[in-house]
Design a protein around this ligand. Structure first.
Ligand SMILES: *Cc1c(COP(=O)(O)O)cnc(C)c1O
Length: 369
């Protein structure tokens, strides 16, 4: 279980009001298409148990997870929701699917037969591959399936889905190509609604919305497009200053003695590190610059490597910085994706790697709870 907030090193504050606002924004952009929510990987690290009820109250009725265990948790949080499992179905998963009324997103011929046998007539989705070469039936497999009404009635598909590979770049030619392929395949399933767009796909415009959209990262305030800004930040990560020390010009900071100070500096040591999910690559060395943090209205660079439990930052310019201060690692003043880029990764990875050691507190429109 996550730590209580008073004992935390890295403290996450989750703004459920911002999450609900982001969903409403995406839903109004996509209307009349239905706006589902992707809550795989513990709602991108935000926490299924808090995120799903907040999304449900905002009006979301359909949820996508990766795995059946995640689906079970969504079922508890939203007893009446439609819950789709993106990783599909294997026979071992039958009890979880049946008990929690989960719907598999079927992507292989074998999983289609397995679902038809395990739970005949129970709803599912069909996924087709339109160019990403990840999960999904080929066009040929899909047209063979369309010619088998007996089998279709046993898997009871409610929706036909496909996934975009490069929607974060609105100029990428793969977007239009994948869309054409989807429309081609969908012709064989005239009664099935279509679901295509992730967060970035929603912003490609109306012609990508079809009947349902499936945003993930945009709900949680991460960057989803090279051309557009993120929606409201949802997660704020903070850590306390444990110690402030002075170091002289020419001294080094941290493991490997990899970062040498070019002037005397005041160094603040924070109670968070890579064991909390803050990326080790976000540290600084003589060769490479890394991430910054935010405190007392200003930003300050990390110094040296990120340790397992500790981060050092240069607060020479922030004279009023004091031991005990809470410092923002990312959030409204220090964009999640800037910190992710400094660690050679993306906001998705930074959010989903936040470890169980982090303390969590949730705020909704009504305040803290
Ligand atoms: C993760 C995922 C999404 C959500 O993608 P975002 O980029 O986070 O909006 C949608 N559909 C599928 C199939 C996914 O795997």
């Amino acid at each position: 279980m996550p730590l209580g907030t008073d004992a935390a090193g890295l403290l996450l504050t989750i703004d459920l009001g911002a999450l609900a606002d982001n969903w409403r924004r995406l839903a109004s952009l996509s209307a009349p298409a239905e706006c589902a929510a992707v809550v795989k990987a513990d709602a991108y690290g935000i926490g299924i148990e808090a995120a799903v009820p907040a999304l449900w109250r905002a009006g979301c009725r359909t949820f996508f997870v990766a795995l059946p265990d995640e689906g079970r948790r969504v079922r508890v949080a939203a007893p009446e929701a439609a819950i789709y499992v993106l990783d599909g179905f294997v026979a071992d998963w039958t009890p979880a699917f049946v008990e929690a009324s989960l719907r598999p997103v079927l992507s292989t011929v074998a999983s289609i037969s397995a679902w038809a046998d395990a739970a005949p007539g129970s709803p599912s989705a069909i996924q087709v591959d339109t160019g990403m070469n990840r999960l999904g039936l080929s066009a040929k497999e899909a047209s063979d399936l369309a010619a088998r009404p007996d089998l279709l009635s046993r898997i009871a598909p409610e929706i036909l889905i496909s996934h975009l590979a490069a929607a974060d770049d609105e100029r990428h030619p793969a977007n239009a190509m994948q869309r054409e392929r989807l429309i081609g395949i969908a012709g064989a399933f005239p009664d099935l609604p279509l679901s295509f767009a992730n967060s970035a796909g929603i912003h490609l415009g109306r012609s990508f919305h079809f009947d349902q959209v499936r945003p993930g990262i945009a709900l949680y305030g991460g960057e989803f497009s090279r051309q557009l800004p993120p929606l409201r930040p949802v997660a704020t990560a903070e850590a306390r200053i444990l110690q402030i020390r002075s170091a002289g010009e020419g001294e080094t900071v941290g493991y490997g003695a990899a970062h040498r100070l070019s002037r005397p500096a005041r160094i603040a040591v924070l109670a968070a590190g890579y064991a909390d999910g803050y990326h080790r690559r976000a540290g600084w060395s003589d060769e490479r610059s890394g991430a910054k943090v935010f405190l007392r209205g200003r930003s300050a660079p990390l110094v040296g490597r990120v340790s397992m439990d500790l981060i050092a930052v240069d607060v020479t310019e922030i004279e009023d910085a004091a031991e005990g201060d809470w410092v923002e690692l990312f959030g409204p003043n220090m964009p999640l994706d800037d910190v992710a880029r400094a660690g050679d990764t993306i906001g998705y990875e930074l959010l989903t790697q936040l470890s169980r050691r982090a303390g969590r507190r949730y705020r909704d429109a009504a305040g803290e709870r």
